[in-house]
Structures are given as structure tokens and as C-alpha cells.
Design a protein around this ligand. Sequence first.
Ligand SMILES: *Cc1c(COP(=O)(O)O)cnc(C)c1O
Length: 388
Amino acid sequence: MHRSIYLDCHATTPVDQRVLAAMLPYFTEQFGNPASVGHLYGWEAEAAVQRSREILAASIQATPEEIIFTSGATEANNLAIKGVAEANFSQGRHIVTLATEHNAVLDPARYLQSLGFEVTILPVQPDGLIDLDLLEKALRSDTILVSIMAANNEIGVLQPLEKIGAICRQHQVLFHTDAAQAIGKIPLNVEAMHLDLMSLTGHKVYAPKGIGALYVRRRNPRVQLAAQMHGGGHERGLRSGTLYPPQIVGFAKAVELAIAEMPAESDRLRGLRDRLWQTLQPLGDIHLNGHPTQRLPGNLNLSIDGINGQALLLGLQPTIALSSGSACTSTKVAPSHVLKAIGRSDPLAYASLRFGIGRFNTLEDIDRAAKATLNTVQSLRETHPRSP
Ligand SMILES: *Cc1c(COP(=O)(O)O)cnc(C)c1O
């Protein structure tokens, strides 16, 4: 059976063989619990976790004690947002975030709203970028947290973290970023960006699913955070639960590899992405979603006039695996809140394709994907002219 070309790297990525090789010993011979302090099994597991913590910390200019391992970015976002709110509510109950955030940020914010916190959700500009003036105007004396993502998971737009961080620092408001799509793809520096909290995950960067981390600043200022998981007091009491050394080792290895290969790989992905966009131009009536250059190198998100997005996705499915601009909730299909936030109409939001190009995609993949898209759109336009 011939597998389709995988172009959905914002959803998840395969584990790199080099990452898997680094993980394997920790499933079998070196299977100890890092919390076991009385024997070699525990010590070697703890040493592996510590090395990984150092690698991850160094990759963002943090210190090892500032890395809290979690099950992924969803958990890290929940710990950051709810943890800051709970620990700082006596100082204020106002939180600022962005309309294009992942639901793993918006939903914890909405949950806090239900508990009596006030949440300002800033709109974005038509190119998907934050309006820094609006951010500055939104900050109040009772604002305790700003949460603005690093790279968008649908349109790939990169927010200006350094400028946002400078504004937050000036107003003495904590700054959190969801960097699930950014780690290993763009340089991240918690000092230059004035970050106080940053959520990371492994499975978008060729590590396995089920591992992530929250960076929590320890000095200038020391972030006050309330644990959301209670138990054995692991991770400095901030996240109880036995650590998972194979996943942690794989996560660190994946980030290390991605950062070492970033300059060449970014250029290669950008080249493939731009070639795909150029090749699709003869379709006519196609619209780029998100800023043309301030975006992840492997991201292309576009809307096509007069096409039914679900029909297009189904038509492409034997050749290409990718996503469209609709989020299927349990009950209904809704247009993407990100595409709506940049001002796309419902029909254009539905008629969108998100190409997520990654490490294992070749030039041949891209040319085959472009050809399949051209053919499928043309045949849909012939059979269903101007369908919504
Ligand atoms: C994938 C993703 C998440 C969720 O991460 P998990 O590790 O799967 O929980 C959160 N935010 C963004 C921007 C993402 O792309």
C-alpha cells in the first residue's frame, strides 16, 4: 500500500531515528525511576534527566532548575496560566491574550473567566500579527499575565516576542508564550525576549508525543506559580508524577538536533514552501493566510475561492495528508477561529489548506503535492462551479 505524502507537520511529526536511538536504552536496561535515590538504577535515570534538562535549558538561555517537565504543551499552558492566576490573584485578576491562540491557551483563560478573572482577548491585524499599541493599551494595574504565542499552529505567523516582552517588562506584567510550534524552528531566548514562562512540546519537533516542558523564570523576577498536579512533589513541587526518562531524553535530543540543523533546514523548508506557493499560482483566486514572511519556514496556509474545503481535502487525501481550516468538534464542523480572526469569511475559512512541510519532505513530495492540488481544484471547479 502506497502511503500518502505527509504535509501535516503542525499536527505532529514522526520521531527521528536518531531520537529513537537515544531513547531506547531508557526503556530496558536503564529503566530506573529518577526519584530512586538508593541505587544505580535510579542514579543513571536521574543523570539522564539532568543532562536533558541542561540541554533544553541551554537551548533557550535558561537554567536547568527553570525547566519543569510536563506531558506536553497543553499541560504546560494550563500550569502557566492557571498556576499564575492562582498564585497571584491577590495582586490582580486581569489576563491578556490573543484571538489566534491555540485552544490550550484560550480554554484555560475562559475557565479562569468562569472563576471571576477578567480576560482581554486582543484582535490581530489582517496579517495575523499582534497590534502592539492595543497590547499596551490593554495593560492595567491589575493585569497579572500576558500570554501571546510564539508561532501560530495554523498560519505559522511569528509574533514579535522581544517587543511584547519589553512592553510586559516595562509594565511589570508576567509574560508567557506558547512556543509549541516554535521550539527548534526559530531561535528562542528567554532573556532577550523577557520571557517569564514558556510552554514547549516534543512531538512537533521529531520527539515523541506525551512530553513537554514549562520554562518558569527563577530570578528577575522569580515567578510565583501554584501547582496544578499534586502528589510526590516532583519538579520542585510544581508538577508531581514520576518522570518519564525515555521521553525526556528523546525530547532533549530532538531539540538539540533541530537547533544544530536550524540554519540549513530553515532555508531548505522556506525554499520548498515558496516553490509550492509559486507552483499553485496558475489556479488563480488563491489567498495567502498570514504574513508573507513573518511565518514559520515550513508553513503555507491558503484559501481558494469557490471551492468546498472538505471536498478538496477528501479529493487530496489519497495523495497528500494535510489539514484544512475547519476544526471538527464533537458535534459540528466550525470554521477555524484563527482564519476568522484575520478576517476571512466563513466560505474562505472552510476553503483553506494548511501545508506543514517538515524534515522528511523532499522536492519530489512538494512537486507531487502541487500537481495533485492543481488537478483536484480544477476538477472540483468543473464539477461544482462556484460552490460555497
Ligand atoms: C500542538 C500545540 C499545542 C498542544 O501541544 P500538546 O503537546 O499536543 O499538548 C499547544 N499549542 C500549540 C500552538 C500547538 O501547536
